[in-house]
Design a protein around this ligand. Structure first.
Ligand code: GTP
Ligand code: MG
Length: 333
């Protein structure tokens, strides 16, 4: 029988083979992969087994580092809580709580999980700006993703623009790190108290203020005030409007994050994000990313493997239910 690559659809629903031994996820994955290869009549050599083992370990133990930038009070801590259920640092009640860069791990065992890194904003304490810039230069290139917190009701972005133009944009570009702007506090957009409670979204009037903050606005004399799009020279599609308080826009934010990450990292976010923030679309994209990654690794190690064999092995592996990758009981993508 000839297998065509087009026949292998990674997102097709398949039979469920759930295995309960969450702790030995890596062993399980390995076993499944070898079994899958053997199933197609391929017997990997000892060296290939060793390399596949290390490839599987890399995939299973993917651990993302997420850098969270933003001025004090923009909602960095609140967002991390809302997305990952993790304390990056204490949520502030007036004044700055984040005095230095902090790390918080959401670790689900086996060294997997996510590391959230809190970067203090410039301008908070001018004596420390140079110190903070040095910290950005040193730590930022280690990140897999940058989330940049802004607030739609705060258009004084001078210090953020400096940090972005001088340091973050060039380093992000050089290291291919996606930067996603999160325009928070949609519920606090003008006019205050106008939130559409019925549909949990901004009212039409608030939406106009939000659009002005994001895309810029012209006053009656024709003078233009820049929005985030012009200030940070980004496309409006790279800006996610949210209200962490209201749980608004988080699903779209997770979709945007997943879309922006390379194939091998997409799954790391979907696995760690709270379930209510992960859409079917995000899961599908993460699963496809996983499929591509396994296929790529099998092809790299088993050089003589035909693409159809690699694809079939990857598909077979995904068929096992992915429990070894999710490490969350009852979690399915
Ligand atoms: N109205 C409104 N307030 C919010 C929202 N998200 C966060 N806040 C409030 O903004 C304040 C600051 O939030 P934090 O999450 O502590 O902000 P932070 O960026 O971590 O601040 P630092 O730790 O000081 O750098 C808190 O009082 C939050 O409750 C939101 O979506 N809407
Ligand atoms: Mg904080």
């Amino acid at each position: 029988m000839q297998l065509l690559e087009a026949d292998v659809n990674p997102t097709e629903e398949t039979g469920e083979v759930m295995k309960d031994d969450v702790g030995s996820a890596e062993k399980q994955a390995e076993g499944d992969l070898f079994e899958a290869l053997k199933g197609f009549g391929y017997e990997p050599s000892d060296e290939q087994v060793r390399q596949l083992r290390s490839a599987v370990s890399g995939i299973v133990n993917v651990k993302l580092r997420v850098g969270v930038f933003g001025q004090t009070g923009m909602g960095k801590s609140s967002l991390c809580n809302a997305l990952f259920g993790a304390e990056i640092s204490k949520v502030g009640h007036g004044g700055s709580v984040t005095r230095q860069h902090k790390e918080a791990d959401v670790d689900l065992g086996n060294g997997s999980g996510i590391t959230l890194v809190d970067f203090p904003g410039l301008g908070e304490d001018e004596d420390r700006d140079e110190e903070y810039k040095a910290l950005y230069r040193q730590e930022m290139p280690k990140m897999d993703l940058i989330l940049w917190l802004l607030a739609v009701n705060d258009r004084k972005n001078k210090d953020d623009i400096i940090a972005h133009d001088e340091i973050v944009r060039p380093l992000a570009k050089a290291n291919a790190i996606p930067v996603i702007f999160v325009a928070n506090k949609a519920d606090a957009a003008h006019p205050l108290g106008d939130w559409n409670l019925e549909n949990n979204r901004p009212s039409a009037r608030q939406q106009r203020s939000i659009d002005a903050a994001v895309r810029g606005s012209e006053d009656e004399n024709g003078s233009f005030s820049k929005g985030f799009v012009q200030k940070f020279s980004v496309d409006a599609s790279e800006i996610c409007v949210v209200s962490v308080d209201k749980g608004y826009g988080l699903v779209r934010l997770v979709e945007t994050i997943v879309r922006s990450l390379p194939a091998e990292k997409k799954f790391g976010i979907v696995r760690e994000a709270k379930r209510e923030t992960v859409s079917e679309e995000a899961k599908k994209e993460a699963k496809e990313g996983l499929f591509e990654t396994i296929k790529r690794e099998v092809t790299r190690v088993v050089k003589e493997a035909l693409p159809v064999l690699a694809a079939a092995a990857a598909k077979k592996l995904l068929d096992y239910g992915l429990k070894w990758l999710t490490k969350k009981p009852n979690f399915r993508i």
